[in-house]
Ligand binder design. Sequence first.
Ligand code: N01
Length: 546
Amino acid sequence: MDSAKMENQTTTLDAVVIGAGFSGLYMLYRLREAGLSVRVYDAADGVGGVWYWNRYPGARCDSESIYYNYTFSEELYKEWTWKSKYPEQPDILRYLNFVADKFDLRPDIQFKTRIKSAEFDETANRWQIRTDGDETISAKYFITGVGCISTANIPNIKGLNSFKGKWYHTGHWPHEKVDFSGKRVGIIGTGSSGVQAIPVIANEAAHLTVFQRTPQYSVPARNRPYTEEEILQAKANFSEMKRQVRASFGGTTAKIGDRPALEDSFEERQKVFGDAWDAGGHAILTCYNDLLASEEANETVSEFIRSKIHEIVEDPETANKLTPYYYYGTKRAIIDTDYYETFNRSNVSLVDVKKAPIEEITSKGIRTTDGEYELDVIVFATGYDGMTGSLFKMDILGRDGVSLKEKWENGAATRTYLGMTSAGFPNMFMITGPESPSVLGNMPITIEQHVEWITDCINYLREHEVDVIEAKPDAEAEWSKHCGELADTTLYTKVESWYTGANIEGKALGFQIYVGGYGPYHQKCAEIAKNGYEGFTLKSTQKSLL
Ligand code: N01
């Protein structure tokens, strides 16, 4: 089928893809190349996915630019030039627009359209998908590329509607510049978004009050422009880089240390951590091989960063408030530009809202149990309903009308096979779904692997005249168990974070990311495909193949 067909007001397609970010754009490119009729739907009015919405001051990616891009096209890689070591949001958005233009993707993307529901019709073996514009689409394949952290968490704090000033969430930032000059600004949240925004807002605002619930470890990014030489070298090295990132643990060329932290003496460790701190970025987390597995090892790096906070922050009381005590790296590791230094500014103050919780937002500002802070602007850097939030926002109904949310018990019983499929939801694929490496890897690389696997799978189904593919419940149970067991060998499950769903009121706790590494995961998925899609039931309307 070459293009969408309208039948009785229903658009008929081979595949519907949700989201025009890294996932959706590449999925569209691949499926179109495979000869399918496919359309991408996105609520935004442009491409970019999370990078369309995350326009807050200081927004930048913490993966290195030369790896934070597609690797499927050498030509694309060589045509695009990154400016700095860590790409800023406008550059990433420009890159994704460049990709959309280069491959002429826009004609098959429907913007300003949200998918409200998707229901599997067991008689026709097709998905019936509805948009917020009341369009109905019938598609054989239903593919989500909704991102792992794209549903904003705006905490339910009493009184927000009464606030007379302006308020924003970092994940839904307006297109026009927000002017902080001369303003009293309050920011709630000190995760990756808050840590990036705080130094930039502090530069402009009359006063910035940071409302911090949990102090965070952060390491200097040491961002800088790339030299011409580095760019030339990266482009010349494309094939080797692609080979390395696709075989790597985290989707970059970063090397993981070859020994446990306690094998070194205190002095040796200080030198190793000191060099990593000076180099900047995430190197400090990978300089030993057990920092995320052993409490004792983790304490060595945590204590090192704590000592740096006390070196940088001049006021000892503020330094104490900024000092974290959870296991470093078990909440998403943060890299920054001048984060701790910002608290030495006279126009910045820090409020510990764990000690004196926020009671309400008033017409004038924020009131904690300690007093009222008058503000002109409130910035919520309060994160996302991660992993399942965007999937649960839609009514996705599988066999017997059971919704994904019901099956997964609102997150308490999330079950997938390979993090891409779920039993009871035939012909549905989730790009970077729960229980895949997703956010623990370099996203564009983990996305490419999913998109390529899904495309190969669909091609196989077409070649073998298979109508329905569905994960077997026992294969799924085994995969989920394996993911849980792996996670329990790490410290991730011992700390409350958005990884575990602890940031969302009422959400069931559960760590839903595959921690076995991108490379091994990639191999496992390839093996399953090679073995004729082991763990899946494949059915044609004529016969059952497996
Ligand atoms: O969100 P977060 P984020 N009252 O959940 C606080 C990616 N990302 O948007 O820790 C007071 O990390 C909350 O406090 P606590 C990256 O994967 C990447 O910053 O729950 N405070 C926390 O401090 C990242 O991990 C990049 O106690 C409240 C903050 O809000 C993920 O997105 C840049 C509160 C939320 O931190 C999410 O990061 C940006 C309340 N009611 C984002 N509710 C880069 O690539 C929440 N908080 C660099």
